[in-house]
Design a protein around this ligand. Structure first.
Ligand code: EPZ
Length: 419
């Protein structure tokens, strides 16, 4: 196990290049199973969720590996429709493979997925959507078993705009006979990126980003090719919140402010000066941090649940009180007791966290329990007075490539060490 040792109190200055989006690369890796031609994903982030997805593709018989900064996938020799429990438990995105495996092999067998422990995370919307395309599904001793000799297009209404269910259905529907219409689809920018990638392969998908996506199935041979996925709006938001908490002035490079406008709106209310120019977001904070009354996570374009923990950490050192409401996941406040060890004053009741702002955090030893909660602890330690240790940073390694290097380049005093 590894940890971060952080001496807090430094302001952050300088530029930080934003990585390619984890939550865009993961479904695109699954989509690569649909073609026998080589796919090159440009500038893929070097993070454990992506490395694990590459390992899963390898277990299916694909040749998949990093080549420099890129990941090259050749699925021509893929011969296995089963994702073993050991790998499926590593990450939630293993479930995205149901669609492409059924599309390619007519069947799929995947153990229930793992991922961050932030809620129940059922997959009923994925399975109901696939059933609407003609897939026969049974579940036995922790495995999901799917059979479908021929996918048929259909209309699917999602009970909630699930990102993963939307993507999984898209990945099966591209090989269904006829048209599939997904209603109440998730509208995240990563869905638009997946649509762009699928269409670059020769698929016919339209409407991503709106609530309704139409997929015209095709039996045609699909192309491979090079693809540069979008930038990681959650990584960018994490660095912007870090600068807001520590003070200073940073430039997030290679990111569109459009994709995190809900965050920028809140940070301006907190007293940050922000402006966006082409693919840069500049944030400056040199005055007091002012609390925002409420933060409510919502599906896109609402405030992103993946920035909830980081924003709660910011609220802890603002003047005033805030209420943070987590509407998407049932237990996404597990990091709160660790923040309280650093002096935060937070009371959690159901989906709400009531935050009373304090002057500062005090350094402490804390333990990360999930990806974004772990990032929130790092940000609190960077802003704290004194020395902190953040343990079990395998959680932050899942989604933040070169995290300590990037933070150090901005002036943070942070090192990685073995426990
Ligand atoms: C994706 O997870 C992201 N992961 C998550 O990011 C993100 O928090 C989430 O979307 C919401 O934006 C990836 O893209 C790899 P959902 P996903 O299905 O697809 C319920 C991170 O930190 N639901 O949109 O699992 C579910 O319980 C990760 O990078 C069902 O009820 O999220 C939740 O309440 C964490 N049945 C809500 O929908 C289903 O079948 C949203 O979940 C599926 C979901």
């Amino acid at each position: 196990m590894e940890k971060y040792i952080i001496n807090g109190g430094n302001k952050l200055y300088g530029g930080v290049k934003i990585q390619t989006a984890k939550n865009s690369v993961l479904p695109i890796l699954a989509a690569a199973v649909l073609t026998d031609e080589k796919v090159r994903i440009k500038n893929a982030p070097c993070i454990s969720d992506v490395k694990n997805m590459v390992r899963i593709l390898g277990s299916l018989g694909c040749r998949a590996a990093y080549e420099g900064d890129d990941i090259v996938i050749d699925s021509s020799a893929a011969d296995c429709h089963e994702v073993p429990r050991t790998l499926a438990h590593e990450l939630r995105s293993s479930v995205f493979l149901l669609g492409p495996l059924i599309a390619r092999f007519g069947r799929a067998k995947i153990a229930y997925p793992g991922g961050c422990d932030i809620g129940l995370r059922p997959v009923d919307l994925h399975l109901n959507g696939l059933k609407r395309l003609g897939v026969k599904i049974r579940e036995s001793n922790g495995y999901i078993l799917c059979e479908c000799p021929g996918l048929r297009g259909n209309e699917i209404m999602l009970d909630c705009p699930s990102v993963g269910a939307t993507e999984n259905i898209m990945l099966a529907a591209v090989r269904a006979e006829g048209e599939t219409v997904i209603k109440n689809a998730a509208r995240e920018p990563e869905i638009e990126d997946l649509q762009k990638f699928l269409n670059s392969m020769g698929c016919k998908v339209r409407g991503a980003g709106s609530g309704t996506i139409a997929v015209q199935g095709t039996a045609a041979k699909l192309r491979g090719g090079d693809y540069q996925p979008m930038a990681d709006r959650i990584e960018a938001g994490t660095f912007l919140i870090a600068a807001a908490m520590c003070g200073g002035e940073i430039v997030a490079e290679g990111i569109s402010g459009e994709n995190i406008s809900s965050l920028l709106h809140k940070l301006r209310e907190n007293g940050c000066k922000i402006h966006t120019k082409n693919d840069k977001i500049i944030l400056k904070r040199d005055g007091p941090l002012i609390s925002v009354k409420s933060i409510e996570t919502q599906p896109y374009p609402g405030f992103p649940t993946d920035l909830q923990a980081q924003m709660t950490a910011l609220c802890c050192i603002c003047r005033g009180q805030s209420i943070v409401t987590e509407n998407l996941f049932e237990t996404r406040f597990k990091y709160v007791p660790e923040l309280c060890k650093m002096g935060a004053d937070i009371t959690v009741a159901g989906r709400n966290a009531f935050v009373r702002g304090r002057e500062k955090f005090n350094g402490a030893t804390v333990v990360a329990c999930d990806l974004r909660g772990g990032a929130a602890l790092v940000l609190a330690a960077l802003a704290a007075e004194g020395r902190s240790e953040v343990l079990d940073i395998s959680h932050t390694d899942r989604g933040y490539g070169m995290f300590e290097y990037k933070l150090r380049s901005l002036g943070a005093d942070i090192v990685r060490a073995a426990v």
